[in-house]
Ligand binder design. Structure first.
Ligand code: AHR
Length: 489
């Protein structure tokens, strides 16, 4: 039996809801098919956005949505995506299989989607093949209220009032697909571009600089040194996969060793954030700058993707655990990490939703996010787990990974059992009778490779979990490879 103690922390730290953000890119079937079908599609839609996906996204309570890329962002010219749709140019999407991008989904469609689902927009601008003028004009088009030509154009295109653009990224992966730059070169470009990346209305737009790939600490050092005073956030990208970048493990089958490797790689996010934060702390001890993990999640070799789309992968309880572990890590680093965006919401990589024609299925990752939403904007609590780590297939993994927050008089506890074959019993300390009632949900699967398919959409869904009330403790049992969320009052 593992014992868990929950207590208040000495100072109050809020878990920013933006840690639960998402990312959509013009890649594979994420935007087209997955979100946008057009208003004359036989698939039920609202102004071109498929209704089933729209409703699922609304229910997911996504706080912030990043768009249009990814690599696509540094090859995207915003003017292609405004005005009458039938007149929009057809461009080659050079990063993603050179498919023809017909620009049916552009600025208006994205910002209307954000409004419809209640998400703040996080737009990534083009540094790699764009100019400061193009970036500035995009922001003027979206946010200016006066009578400039660009604001008039926006009105003519159907949006009278200016939008609020909460976050603006100055380039994506400028060390790679966004320009192959050195940090010194990008830092100088950032200084230039960011001067023109500003909102034209009262609402402040936070500027996010392109940050490091995985453990490139030198990038963080140079950016903080040369431009740190000029950005509100610095990004970090890291994907989770067993094997190597060239030879990744599969999405729907694995060995126990690969399962454990996946858990260990997900947990590595803690080390990455810790080390990048240490560098940021030396330049920014007040923690003004946000470390924005704006691309994370699983990236597997797809076993059954076939023609289902580029970077389409299926999703199991293993993905759900990767979600829970990451959200726990972000929570532990809430002082520095105030936004994160999983890649990518629909039909690409660790998707929340998969679509096929007019069918839609919610993945275990979707359900895990929804269960974990209770931590959004809640106050972090301290957790003490009686037993530390276990060695599995050469990886040091936690016996139980736990996090807790409080909000509106309720305590929320989330628990992860990463062990692929052993269950875990956990006793939550209740000396003094702090808690007298509670409910719990668990996400688990009899067979860990089970997926939600279009034929069987409810194979992996949250189920009620029994709480056993004893004197001074509440006991729950977590089956192998599962995660639970408890609400205690
Ligand atoms: O999410 C897929 C791709 O991964 C993004 O376009 C890019 O930024 C990253 O390399």
């Amino acid at each position: 039996m593992i014992h868990l103690e929950i207590k208040q922390e000495t100072s109050e730290v809020k878990v920013a809801k933006e840690q639960f953000g998402q990312f959509v890119e013009h890649l594979g079937r994420c935007i087209y098919d997955g979100i946008w079908v057009g208003s004359d599609s036989p698939i039920p839609n609202e102004n071109g956005i498929r209704s089933d996906v729209l409703q699922a996204l609304q229910e997911l309570k996504i706080p912030v949505l990043r768009w249009p890329g990814g690599c696509f962002a540094d090859d995207y010219h915003w003017e292609d995506g405004i005005g009458p749709r039938e007149q929009r140019p057809r461009r080659v999407n050079r990063h993603w299989e050179r498919v023809v991008e017909d620009n049916q989904f552009g600025t208006h469609e994205f910002l209307e989607l954000c409004e419809a689902i209640g998400a703040k927009p996080y737009i990534c601008g083009n540094v790699g093949s764009g100019t400061p003028a193009e970036m500035s004009q995009w922001l003027e088009y979206m946010t200016y209220d006066g009578d400039s030509t660009l604001a008039e154009q926006r009105r003519k295109n159907g949006q009278d009032t200016p939008w609020r653009v909460d976050y603006f990224g100055v380039g994506n992966e400028s060390w790679g697909c966004g320009g192959n730059m050195t940090p010194e070169y990008y830092a100088m470009l950032y200084r230039l571009f960011s001067l023109y990346a500003m909102s034209f209305n009262e609402a402040r737009t936070e500027k996010i600089a392109c940050g490091a790939n995985v453990d490139d600490y030198h990038w963080t050092e140079v950016l903080m040194r040369d431009a740190g005073g000029l950005f509100d956030g610095l990004s970090l990208h890291n994907y989770t996969f067993p094997g190597t970048w060239q030879e990744k493990g599969f999405d729907t089958h694995w060995t126990e060793a690969e399962w454990c490797e996946t858990m260990a790689k997900a947990l590595r996010m803690d080390e990455l954030i810790t080390k990048h934060s240490e560098i940021m702390d030396t330049y920014d001890p007040q923690r003004r700058v946000n470390l924005v993990v704006d691309e994370w999640g699983t990236w597997f070799a797809p076993e059954n993707a076939g023609a289902k789309g580029l970077l389409y992968q299926e999703n199991t309880v293993r993905d759900a655990l990767v979600v829970a572990l990451h959200l726990h890590i972000f929570q532990r680093h809430a002082e520095r990490v105030r936004m994160a965006n999983i890649a990518q919401t629909v039909n690409v990589l660790q998707a929340m939703i998969l679509t096929q024609g007019d069918k839609m299925v919610l993945t275990p990752s979707y359900h895990m996010f929804k269960m974990m939403n209770v931590h959004q904007d809640a106050v972090r609590l301290g957790v003490k787990v009686s037993e530390g780590s276990q060695e599995l297939y050469g990886h040091t993994l936690p016996r139980l990974d736990a996090a807790a927050t409080t909000k509106d008089g309720k305590t929320h506890v989330s628990l992860v059992n990463v062990h692929p074959t052993a269950k875990v019993a956990c006793a939550i300390d209740n000396k003094g009778g702090t808690y007298s009632a509670g409910t719990a949900e668990i996400l688990a699967a009899e067979v860990l490779t089970a997926q939600n398919t279009f034929e069987q959409p409810d194979a992996v869904v949250p189920r009620n979990l029994a709480l056993q009330w004893h004197d001074h403790r509440i006991v729950v049992e977590l089956p192998p490879g599962s995660a639970a969320v408890l609400t205690l009052t």
